[in-house]
Design a protein around this ligand. Structure first.
Ligand code: NAD
Ligand code: TDX
Length: 334
């Protein structure tokens, strides 16, 4: 089997590529990644001699055409992914997430290649705090940010190409991932690397917003379950019952790192900040037999803290730039 992994130098994509190379020697992997600020080529160092790597954009029809010709499947992780950045400048999000997905769809249609499109639970908007309600495959789309609206648009395009042109595609919408190789702009790595570099963690608002955390390896195992056994045209929600408030997660990070519980700064809230996400993953568990293997969040978080502690050369080059961009945004908010 030959798969093309777009966005394979980013957080989830690189973990997917590493895991695939380690566990599926029969699969040939080609990574297509334009190497934006969010990519880190060194995430692929250990597997680099066992994959093909192409630097190029999913918005470039010629490159996409060449890379996917003859492949069995494309797994599309490539996206602009940070909500805060999408509030600052939405345009790259519209280009990569919407137009890039359309370019991929056009190419997989012409070459008759299977597509698995990686999406997010944020397409459903948010849920109230303190209700048992969770997102299912039937929840209406109600995205809040330019990022989530662009991901929602990409999902609609995939469904339109399935229905109108018979493209063989599947979609998954996953909850918040954590684990190694995640960019330091995101919540968990930002707080861990702040502590490691002697700065205080930064909590938006009162920290009551809830995210449904899943270990990146569990997400990627679910993606393989869909590639192996998923029904064409189907959507699967992926989540591991990991709901926690940001305040609680930060408290666990501080505890794991031996810091006092109040050793953080409350900073201005994100505009339009979604309150709560929660996934009902009944369909993928029941139909595909997938189960999260790393559902112990405290253990996964401790492993993640250790990974950032052990790998400063991976994250430190970009850290100061990310923090000064955040500081500029905070100052302009006041
Ligand atoms: P990331 O920002 O860490 O990585 C994105 C990768 O895509 C980078 O390597 C980047 O260079 C590449 N890329 C960006 N634009 C590209 C383009 N035009 N052409 C080719 N490559 C391009 O993102 P991530 O957190 O690994 O997310 C991967 C996917 O999973 C995204 O589609 C995201 O929407 C989805 N997702 C993420 C989460 C999460 O918690 N991180 C949760 C659910 C879904
Ligand atoms: O410094 C911070 N302080 C803080 O309180 C940052 C960076 C974030 N937060 C809050 C905002 C969110 O409630 O933490 C929560 C998580 O924030 P992010 O890591 O930015 O993730 P989120 O906005 O929830 O989106 C993530 O999950 C869904 C990914 O970035 C998306 O790509 C994915 O689709």
């Amino acid at each position: 089997m030959h798969i093309v992994v777009t966005g394979g130098a980013g957080f989830i994509g690189a973990n997917f590529v590493r895991r695939t190379v380690d566990t599926r020697p029969d699969v040939r992997v080609t990574v297509l990644d334009s190497l934006t600020y969010a990519a880190n080529e060194s995430s692929l160092d250990e597997v680099r001699d066992r994959i093909d790597f192409v630097k190029g954009s999913i918005t470039d029809p010629a490159v996409v055409d060449e890379v996917i010709a003859g492949a069995d499947a494309v797994v599309n992780f490539a996206a602009d992914t940070h909500n805060d950045n999408s509030l600052n400048d939405p345009w790259p999000f519209l280009d990569t997430n919407i137009r890039g997905t359309a370019v991929l769809l056009d190419a997989v249609r012409r070459h008759d290649v299977r597509l698995h499109h990686i999406s997010t639970d944020e397409v459903f908007g948010d849920l109230p705090l303190d209700t048992p309600e969770r997102f299912t495959e039937d929840t209406p789309y109600r995205p809040s940010s330019p990022y989530s609206a662009s991901k929602a648009s990409s999902d609609h395009l995939v469904r339109a190409w399935v229905r109108s042109f018979g493209v063989r595609a599947t979609i998954s919408n996953c909850s918040n991932n954590y684990g190694p190789y995640q960019h330091v702009e995101k919540f968990i790595p930002r707080q861990i690397t702040n502590v490691l570099s002697g700065a205080r963690p930064k909590l938006y608002g009162a920290g009551l917003n809830v995210r449904d955390w899943i270990h990146v390896d569990d997400h990627n195992d679910a993606v393989w379950a869909i590639l192996d056994r998923g029904a064409i045209g189907e959507t699967y929600l992926i989540g591991a019952d990991g709901e926690r408030s940001n305040r609680e997660v930060l408290g666990m990070i501080l505890e794991a790192m031996g810091r006092p519980a109040d050793d953080f700064d409350a900073v201005p809230d994100r505009a339009g900040h979604d309150l709560r996400y929660a996934i009902d993953a009944t369909r993928i568990r029941r139909d595909l037999g997938w189960e999260p293997a790393r559902a112990d969040f405290a253990q996964g978080l401790a492993d993640t803290v250790n990974w950032y502690r052990d790998n400063p050369s991976w994250w430190s080059p970009g850290k100061a730039g990310v923090e000064s961009a955040y500081a500029r945004r905070e100052a302009s908010d006041v």
